[in-house]
Design a protein around this ligand. Structure first.
Ligand code: SAH
Ligand code: SF4
Length: 334
């Protein structure tokens, strides 16, 4: 991947194994050059002057009542991004990484969308979020088991960097996570889904659908004006066929907006071909006009899907008390 440290070492005529020593040290959780003791002292000192060991540096950490950790990280050019580490049973952790510093797609229910566009993160900045979290998990005697691209930004608008970061996360010399432990979530950026069809690591794909008809979806997610539901589902089917994995359909339940029994039936009718798995998602408050569906409507919606032969999962929010839950990432003070 394009890595500043790699090009500096190369420019200085250092042998290839020096870069591997740096990578090993990052993976082992070294925080600064002084801790990369496999390098000669003089080389460490020269590096220290020209480039940071990490492309992102934690500058605030918040811990939720449920154990979720949220970092605010600074890029070298001073942008703030967030990553969220969620704890599960038996010491397993899931990391939610950011792919952009902001988001241009403006979904009405999302705090990142309200920030507006930011720049694409580099592969190094994405992979470093993962390596830092893996080191933190290890220090807590836990294991980073899953990485999901559900932090800030639309990963499929930044496929070059996202794919390179995934290659590193997946490689045995990187974090060695299996393809099925990595998930990319998209609002439906169809050219990016097409690129995933020819990407060699068959990661999981999640589509943020959130509505079963185009009018409702366009009102919630402006991207639907560009690629309506039928187009985006067709692209997802191609991905499912190529990988043999079901595509996750993320469906946020919003009271009175998309949660009627008729919505459930319309949703089911489009997803009945065995290529999809529906995740119903609890809405996390972002200060907008929406409210999450009450339990009774969630139950009714779920039953309609079940009656149509789908077996939805329900995803509860985690970390909402520190604004670390899905859709809440907007660099709020940690
Ligand atoms: N841009 C990508 C990935 C980041 S958003 C995408 O949209 O898929 C990650 C997930 O959080 C998406 O499924 C998104 O729809 C969901 N999300 C956004 N705002 C939310 C909110 N307020 N409550 C719950 N989920 C939300
Ligand atoms: Fe961007 Fe995803 Fe938020 Fe939509 S839901 S604004 S695509 S981060």
């Amino acid at each position: 991947m394009s890595d500043q440290v790699a090009s500096i070492l190369k420019g200085w005529g250092e042998p290839d194994y020096r870069l591997r020593q740096v990578e090993d040290a990052r993976r082992a959780g070294a925080r600064e050059w002084a801790e990369v003791t496999t390098l000669p002292l003089s080389l460490r000192e020269r590096l220290e002057e020209v480039v940071p060991l990490w492309s992102v540096v934690p500058d605030a950490l918040a811990e939720s009542r449920d154990g979720t950790l949220k970092w605010r990280l600074r890029t070298a050019d001073g942008l703030a991004i967030e990553s969220v580490l969620i704890s599960h049973a038996r010491g397993r952790r899931t990391l939610c990484v950011s792919s952009q510093a902001g988001c241009a797609l403006g979904c009405r229910f999302c705090a990142t969308g309200a920030m507006g566009p930011g720049r694409d993160l580099t592969a190094r900045e994405i992979a470093d979020q993962a390596l830092l979290a893996a080191a933190v998990a290890r220090e807590a005697e836990a294991r980073l088991g899953n990485i999901v691209f559900m932090g800030m930004g639309e990963p499929l608008q930044n496929t070059g960097a996202v794919f390179d970061a995934i290659r590193e996360i997946h490689a045995p010399t990187g974090l060695g996570l299996s393809a099925r432990s990595i998930a990319v979530s998209t609002a439906g950026w169809v050219p990016g889904i097409e690129e995933m069809v020819s990407f060699e690591v068959p990661v999981r794909l999640a589509l943020s659908l959130h509505a079963a008809d185009d009018d409702t979806r366009s009102a919630l997610m402006p991207i639907n004006n560009r690629w309506p539901i039928a187009n985006v589902l067709a692209a997802c089917r191609r991905y499912a066929d190529r990988t043999g994995r079901r595509v996750f359909i993320e469906y946020l339940l919003l009271d009175g907006v998309n949660d009627s029994a008729a919505d459930a039936r319309r949703l089911a009718s489009q997803l009945r071909d065995g290529r999809f798995h529906v995740n119903l998602i609890e809405y996390n408050a972002t200060g907008g006009a929406y409210r999450g569906s009450p339990p009774e409507r969630v139950r009714r919606f779920t039953e309609e899907l079940q009656a149509a032969g789908l077996h939805p999962s329900f995803r509860r929010s985690r970390g909402a008390d520190i604004a670390a839950a899905c859709g809440q990432l907007a660099n709020t003070p940690a």
